[in-house]
Design a protein around this ligand. Structure first.
Ligand code: ADP
Ligand code: ADP
Length: 237
């Protein structure tokens, strides 16, 4: 469970990107965060795994404060959070397998990772993750030989290989066409159901949100202006 207690984020230039946000997200939910560009969606998501510090308030994950976590506990908490970005964040010249294996890095010593030595077990885990997004046949292709939609599904497989308990996706389909958007969103929905994986996904378009979300959170100027089931969400969010 994710719990926002009175969370605000003010950037150094004075922009208030989140304004006293209070909400809870339960395990297994598929939450879509919608709002216009600049509404605070990205700031909301980045606050959860502490890609930046919030200015006020606290965020708890399964009752533990990520806001206050230090050192190894912060590291452990982050390891359970998979992050998916608009631009995939893959190492383009590496193989798909290598990219998915990079989700395993946090499970091994630094020395082992400098040498690039992943145990057999990790390769099995990575291959299973690729099977879940139906890309096992692309395991030894170079990442940049894949289409945009396939690359995004590789980044989903990387989060699975990381054994994330929660996936945060920041505009995962913003650079994709409608057909590949559907493939990526279908994968997220299937993983949500099959693994009971909590999903928090930022989306530009409310119509895509409606097809997949169990709950919609609408942001405007850093404030939660809507929070409820899909059926009640109007186009004005
Ligand atoms: P969204 O993801 O909904 O487009 P953002 O969270 O990116 O919104 O941005 C929310 C607000 O915060 C916007 O006004 C944006 O310009 C501002 N903002 C985002 N990042 C920064 C930053 N690093 N420094 C200053 N202002 C920022
Ligand atoms: P998005 O809309 O996808 O969240 P942006 O293109 O708005 O991303 O922002 C790209 C980067 O610039 C981010 O790191 C964001 O934090 C930063 N940024 C966004 N708005 C501002 C701003 N007004 N001042 C400074 N940095 C900003």
């Amino acid at each position: 469970m994710i719990e926002f207690n009175h969370v605000s984020k003010v950037y150094p230039n004075g922009t208030t990107a989140l304004n006293e946000v209070d909400l809870q997200i339960e395990d297994g939910e598929f939450v879509v965060v919608v709002g216009l560009s600049g509404a605070g969606k990205s700031t909301f998501l980045r606050s959860i795994n502490r890609l930046h510090e919030v200015t006020e308030g606290e965020i708890l994950i399964n009752g533990e404060s990520i806001t206050k976590a230090r050192g190894s506990s912060l590291y452990r908490m982050r390891r359970e959070i998979g992050m998916i970005f608009q631009n995939f964040n893959l190492v383009r010249r590496s193989s798909v397998m290598r990219n998915v294996l990079s989700g395993r890095v946090g499970y091994h010593s630094t020395l082992r990772m400098i040498l690039g030595l992943f145990p057999r077990e990790d390769k099995d885990i990575a291959m299973q993750a690729l099977e879940r997004v139906n890309l096992q046949e692309k395991a030894y292709s170079r990442a940049d030989e894949l289409s945009g939609g396939q690359q995004q599904r590789v980044s989903i497989a990387r989060a699975l290989a990381q054994e994330a308990k929660l996936i945060l996706a920041d505009e995962p389909v913003a650079s994709l066409d409608p057909m590949t958007t559907k493939q990526v969103m279908d994968d997220l929905a299937r993983i949500n159901k099959e693994l009971n994986m909590t999903m928090v996904v930022n989306l530009h378009f409310i119509d895509v949100a409606r097809q997949y979300a169990t709950r919609i959170i609408g942001l405007r100027e850093g404030e939660v202006v809507f929070d409820g089931p899909v059926g009640q969400a109007t186009d004005e969010i």
